[in-house]
Write a protein that binds this ligand. Structure first.
Ligand code: URP
Ligand code: ZN
Ligand code: ZN
Length: 459
């Protein structure tokens, strides 16, 4: 099967130019002006951008949390992602304390197999290094699970101490893996939460008030210092506030291994959301929480200046009908997280490119090229170039979308951006050469996605 995408403006981090893109089978066969190869299908992309399929490196699909599980599984989550212009996800497999890491990976492989409509990789959430944990990390890196998320928060459940963090960092310095850090000071937050509950402050807004920005900045500083001491890179996930981004920026001044991600919710939503009446504010209970609007421009500047390298979603949806209410009467029990997998690209385009905060090339770099480079997928993914996987998006810069739970494709009953109108959207999407979005319909197949064996750093 040959598909020719004609007359589009092909965008790379380096710039944009009008060119044709020839897809042959699962790969891009050629990119250039006026390609004249015969094709089975021709798509006219005149006036539109042709960009690499987005890569969302921070999703939680089919993830158990207490007695519940995130509302999107690998089918509904990847279909929604495709509608938004994303063609690969890297999800998190969670190690049960005292159990082998491999068991977690195998469990998440079973969740994705036969369901994922897009290609998928895994990070491993490490809760316990145990006796053979470091050796297990080596083995996983060799098998393409090259990244390990550690938590400095959630004592008793996910949090590990500085010694464990340091040992894991040192190991990744040698084995080509990388640590992803959830940077919030869990000990301090636990004290603040206990005090708030004892004082009867149980409403959702206290989730945010018990996780002040300095708890994130402190942990971010510590994570970066530990990485520098270990001589290892570290990637700080979901950087939410100016205080934390300052820490990343300062560390990057002397240490190139300091990397960071932010998410649309921290760029577009603010702590004003916690003033919503009644239990509505539970929609926005996530960690780190939403922050004062005043800090958002600092995040945008960081994205433009390469102080942060990636925009991912932390897609972690729980329904308002029956899941968020688990924490009615105790904010600390509200399942944390929010949906975002479908909106990431259009929000960033509308709020970033259309406003002039970031260039078109930087938009592609933040959503696809950098995720591919940092997570061992480049140049297979993340670029429109001959030889790369044909993960291709035709992007209409003028297409208007109104985000709403009534029309989105995520399997969750609210949209944090309800009613927000954005301009810029995916209008045609191919995943490894197969059309997955056509005329506003999903035309791919659940189960068509393949496991992405990612390359270790430096290979
Ligand atoms: O509240 C959130 N963000 N839940 C998802 C898990 C995490 O920490 O990324
Ligand atoms: Zn996290
Ligand atoms: Zn997360």
């Amino acid at each position: 099967m040959r598909t020719l995408i004609r007359h589009g403006t092909v965008v790379t981090p380096a710039g944009a130019s009008v060119a044709d893109v020839l897809i042959e089978g699962e790969r891009i066969a050629a990119v250039g002006p006026q390609l004249s190869a015969p094709a089975d299908a021709v798509f006219d992309a005149t006036g539109r951008y042709v960009i690499p399929g987005g890569i969302d490196v921070h999703t939680h699909l089919d993830m158990p949390l207490g007695d519940t599980v995130t509302a999107d599984d690998f089918e509904s989550g990847t279909v929604a992602a495709a509608f938004g212009g994303t063609t690969s996800v890297v999800d998190f497999a969670v190690q049960d304390r005292g159990r082998p890491m491999r068991e977690a990976w195998e469990t998440w492989m079973r969740k994705a197999e036969g369901r994922a409509a897009l290609d998928y990789g895994f990070h491993l959430i490490v809760t316990d290094l145990g006796a053979g944990g470091l050796e297990e990390m080596d083995a996983l890196v060799a098998e393409g699970v090259t990244t390990f998320k550690l938590f400095m928060a959630y004592p008793g459940r996910l949090m590990v101490d500085d010694a464990v963090i340091f040992r894991a960092l040192r190991r990744t310095a040698d084995n080509g893996g990388m640590v992803l850090m959830h940077a919030e000071n869990g000990g301090v937050i636990a004290e603040l939460v206990a005090r708030a509950l004892a004082e009867g402050r149980t409403a959702p807004k206290y989730h945010a008030l018990t996780r002040p920005p300095r708890t994130e900045a402190e942990a971010t500083h510590r994570a970066l210092a530990l990485a520098e001491l270990a001589g290892a890179p570290v990637y700080i996930v979901h950087v939410s506030c100016a205080e934390a981004v300052e820490e990343v920026a300062q560390a990057r001044g002397r240490y190139a291994g300091a990397l960071g991600e932010t998410c649309p919710q921290y760029l577009f939503l603010s702590d004003e959301c916690y003033d919503a009446p009644g239990f509505e504010a539970a929609k926005y209970v996530m960690s780190p929480p939403l922050r004062p609007r005043a800090g958002q421009e600092r995040l945008w500047r960081a994205l433009a200046a390469d102080e942060l390298q990636v925009v991912a979603t932390d897609h972690c949806p729980f329904r308002m009908k029956d899941q968020k209410p688990i924490g009615r009467g105790d904010f600390s029990k509200i399942p944390g997280g929010a949906p975002g997998i479908e909106m990431r690209m259009s929000l960033l385009y509308d709020g970033g490119v259309r406003t002039g905060r970031i260039s078109l090339g930087r938009f592609v770099e933040l959503t696809a090229t950098n995720p591919a480079r940092i997570f061992g997928l480049y140049p297979r993914k993340g670029v429109i170039a001959a030889g790369s996987d044909a993960d291709v998006v035709v992007w209409d810069p003028d297409r208007e979308v109104t985000w709403s739970a009534a029309t989105h494709h995520m399997r969750v009953d609210y949209n944090p951006y309800e009613g927000r109108v954005v301009r810029g959207a995916a209008v045609a999407v191919w995943s490894r050469g197969a059309r997955v979005i056509e005329d506003g319909r999903f035309v791919g197949r659940a189960g068509a996605g393949r496991f992405l064996k990612r390359a270790p750093r430096g290979s």
